[in-house]
Unconditional design. Structure first.
Length: 161
């Protein structure tokens, strides 16, 4: 009987939320949907905590720790390249091309792209370029833009023209 009562309440609340969402614009609907989802998740967690059934949430959270760690490490290692990409993306304005056509960068930008200290040895430049290219090559899911920037940075630092 309690399960049927809970199901009826959920149906009534869901219908009222759906009717309320129909009255708003698409942009407001998106915000309200996100807010509602957060409130529902918080309510579910509170109800599970009150009933003593939170153990599966703790287990799921513990299972996500290695995945989050891997994602965090990847983002942390890619941060210098992402910053350079964002800076050059903003400088290009509204162009949609993924390949930079001017092919000119300064030495300081090249050092930043390769995440090296100015004055590093040629071997270190080549090693770092190879390491980053393995991560960001277009054949491995990277972009042509980042691969061309890495090649350009290597060429500038090794003074190839």
């Amino acid at each position: 009987m309690g399960l049927l009562f809970t199901f009826i309440i959920i149906l009534i609340v869901g219908f009222r939320c759906w009717a309320a969402l129909k009255k708003h614009s698409a942009k407001e609907r998106k915000k309200l949907a996100i807010k509602s989802t957060i409130y529902v998740l918080i309510t579910i967690i509170i109800l599970l905590a009150i009933s003593g059934r939170v153990s599966w949430i703790v287990a799921a959270g513990a299972a996500l720790i290695p995945i989050v760690k891997i994602i965090f490490i990847f983002i942390w290692k890619s941060l210098p390249l992402i910053q350079v990409w964002m800076r050059t993306r903003g400088a290009r304005g509204n162009r949609t091309s993924s390949v930079d056509t001017n092919n000119k960068i300064t030495k300081s930008e090249a050092w930043e792209i390769l995440d090296l200290e100015p004055g590093s040895a040629d071997e270190k430049i080549i090693q770092k370029h190879r390491e980053l290219m393995q991560k960001l090559h277009p054949d491995r899911g990277g972009s042509n833009y980042m691969a061309s920037k890495l090649n350009l940075a290597r060429d500038v630092l090794l003074a190839k023209k």
